[in-house]
Design a protein around this ligand. Structure first.
Ligand SMILES: [Zn+2]
Length: 135
């Protein structure tokens, strides 16, 4: 996969700007700290929280992921493989609960990636350096 694409940073938990620093603290969606993310990129110091409440918009991205998952699995399993609709619905709820942390993380990375264009050569600026001194 091309490492300077937006899709790379979304799928592999990387900064949407430099594609080197991690976005979330852990790389696994299925750990206890799955929701903890860095405030700034550990590599290029890109701000991951541009404004308060920024990630409210990621709810809509998450909704789109859930909808796409439900439609895709419905057409493949029920329409394609003739699985009984009752069995499908019984398996759907646990699957959605198990996938919640995964969709949560994907939605946040997608939402931020929409607003930040990739620049793999980005280095910390003077204002970022001031931020580093505060920390
Ligand atoms: Zn970065």
């Amino acid at each position: 996969m091309v490492t300077n694409s937006r899709l790379y940073s979304i799928v592999f938990n990387k900064c949407p700007r430099c594609h080197q620093g991690d976005f979330f603290v852990t790389n696994s969606a299925f750990s206890l700290r799955f929701d903890q993310m860095h405030d700034h990129c550990p590599h290029c110091q890109e701000n991951f929280v541009p404004e308060p409440g920024f990630y409210w918009g990621s709810m809509f991205v998450s909704y789109a992921f859930y909808t796409a998952f439900i439609l895709l699995t419905f057409f493949v399993l029920v329409q394609g493989f003739n699985l009984y609709l009752d069995y499908y619905l019984m398996g759907l709820l646990p699957a959605l609960v198990l996938l919640t942390p995964y969709f949560f993380r994907m939605a946040r990375r997608t939402w931020l990636t929409i607003f930040i264009s990739p620049n793999p050569k980005k280095l910390p600026t003077k204002s970022d350096a001031g931020h580093l001194m505060v920390r």
